[in-house]
Design a protein around this ligand. Structure first.
Ligand code: ADP
Ligand code: MG
Length: 348
C-alpha cells in the first residue's frame, strides 16, 4: 500500500517543524527519511501514523493507496510502528509481546487462540527468534529486542510500516547486522516502509529511495546513487560525508593576496582528491599533513592550510608509501573531480 503525503506543514507555536512537505513511498518500497536531528522526521512520521495532526492548509493530505486517511484515527490506519527505544512490555514474555496486537483485537476480529499461536511462531521464525518465546525483554540483547518490536508491529498485518531510528540505540556492529537483516526481510515481505534515520550510511545501504530533510523541508528525493552522485545542494553533499572546499579560482596559495573565489564553490570528497609533494595543477592547495590514520582499508589524511582550512584525503596504503608521507610535512591537495555549487549552495 503506497503512502503519499501532500503539502504537510506543522508549527509548534511560532516554530515551523514541517514546511510544506510532499513525498511518496511507492507500494512495497523501503524509503529512508534522512536528516539531521530536529529536521522534522519524527513529526512527519507521527502525522502519517495519525498520532499528530498536520496544520490545516489547503491541499494537505495523507493518502494510503490513494485514499485520504486524514480523518482516520491511529487504530483505523493499521500502521506498524517501531521506535528507537524499545517499547516492549517488560512484564510480558517475547511470545506475549508479539501476540499482544492480535489478542487486543475486538472479539469478532480476533483469531482463535491456536491461530494466534501459529502466527506468533511464524513471526518469531521470520525475525529469527525461535526458541526465545518465553524470555522477558530484559533477558534479550538490544538487537533481539528490536526484532521482537518488529515482529510485534508486523503481527497486525500492517498496511504500512513506520520505523523511527529503530537501530539508533545499538552498537555499530549490531546496527550493521540488523541493517542487512532488515533489507533481506523487506525483500521477503515487501511491506511499504518508511525508515527514519540520521545516519547517512544506514540510509544509503538500506533504502530504495532516500528523502533528505533539512529544517522541516525536503531538500532532495532520489535513489541512493542519485543523492550520492548528484547532490542537489551543498547541504546534501556535506550531509552525506566529509568534503573539501576549493574556491572557484584558486591559486597554489603562493600569493595570499590573490582572489580566492569567483563565487563558485568546488567541493570534492576525500576520495576525489590527490595528494602530491609538489603542486600538480592550478587548483592545488598547499597544506600541512596534520594527521595520518592508517588503521583501515585506506589511509585517511587530515591536512591543514595555513589559514586553518581542513582537507580530508583518502588514499591507498601503497600510494602513501610511495609518497613517503609523514605527519608534519608539507604537501599539496588537488581535486581530481568535484561538485560545483553557487555561493548560496545550489548545485549547478
Ligand atoms: P527529528 O525527528 O528530525 O529529530 P522532530 O520531528 O522530532 O525532528 O522535531 C522537529 C522540531 O520540532 C524540533 O526542533 C523539535 O524540538 C520540535 N518539536 C517536535 N515536537 C514538538 C512539540 N510537541 N512541541 C514543540 N516542539 C516540538
Ligand atoms: Mg526523531
Amino acid at each position: 500500500m503506497s503512502i503519499e503525503v501532500r503539502n504537510i506543514s506543522k508549527a509548534f507555536g511560532s516554530f515551523r517543524a514541517l514546511d510544506n512537505v510532499s513525498l511518496t513511498v511507492p507500494d512495497g518500497k523501503l524509503v529512508a527519511l534522512l536528516g539531521p536531528s530536529g529536521s522534522g522526521k519524527t513529526t512527519l512520521l507521527r502525522i502519517i501514523a495519525g498520532l499528530e495532526q498536520a496544520d490545516s492548509v489547503p491541499g494537505k493530505a495523507v493518502l494510503f493507496a490513494g485514499q485520504d486517511v486524514s480523518d482516520r484515527g491511529v487504530g483505523e490506519r493499521r500502521v506498524g510502528f517501531v521506535f528507537q527505544h524499545y517499547a516492549l512490555f517488560r512484564t510480558m514474555t517475547v511470545f506475549e509481546n508479539v501476540a499482544f496486537g492480535l489478542r487486543s483485537l475486538p472479539r469478532r476480529a480476533r483469531p482463535p487462540k491456536r491461530e494466534i499461536a501459529a502466527k506468533v511462531n511464524e513471526l518469531l521464525a521470520l525475525v529469527q527468534l525461535t526458541g526465545l518465546e518465553n524470555r522477558r525483554p530484559w533477558q534479550l540483547s538490544g538487537g533481539q529486542r528490536q526484532r521482537v518490536a518488529l515482529a510485534r508491529a508486523l503481527a497486525i498485518k500492517p498496511s504500512v510500516l513506520l520505523l523511527d531510528e529503530p537501530f539508533g540505540a545499538l552498537d555499530a556492529n549490531v546496527r550493521q547486522d540488523l541493517r542487512n537483516w532488515l533489507r533481506r526481510l523487506h525483500n521477503e515481505i515487501k511491506v511499504t516502509s518508511l525508515f527514519v534515520t540520521h545516519d547517512q550510511e544506514e540510509a544509503l545501504e538500506l533504502a530504495d529511495v532516500v528523502v533528505i530533510m533539512r529544517q522541516g523541508r525536503v531538500e532532495q528525493i532520489g535513489t541512493p546513487d542519485e543523492v550520492f552522485h548528484k547532490p542537489a545542494s551543498e547541504f546534501v553533499l556535506r550531509f552525506l560525508g566529509k568534503v573539501n572546499l576549493f574556491h572557484g579560482r584558486n591559486g597554489t596559495g603562493a600569493d595570499p593576496a590573490a582572489p580566492r573565489s569567483n563565487g563558485l564553490r568546488l567541493l570534492a570528497r576525500p576520495h576525489e582528491v590527490e595528494i602530491s609533494l609538489t603542486a600538480t595543477a592550478e587548483s592545488s592547495v598547499q597544506a600541512r599533513v596534520a594527521r595520518i590514520l592508517s588503521a583501515g582499508p585506506s589511509v585517511k589524511i587530515l591536512l591543514l592550510e595555513a589559514d586553518g582550512t581542513e582537507h580530508h584525503a583518502d588514499i591507498s596504503h601503497k600510494h602513501r608509501e610511495e609518497l613517503g608521507l609523514t605527519e608534519g610535512q608539507t604537501a599539496y591537495v588537488t581535486p581530481v573531480s568535484f561538485h560545483t555549487f553557487l555561493d548560496h549552495g545550489a548545485a549547478i
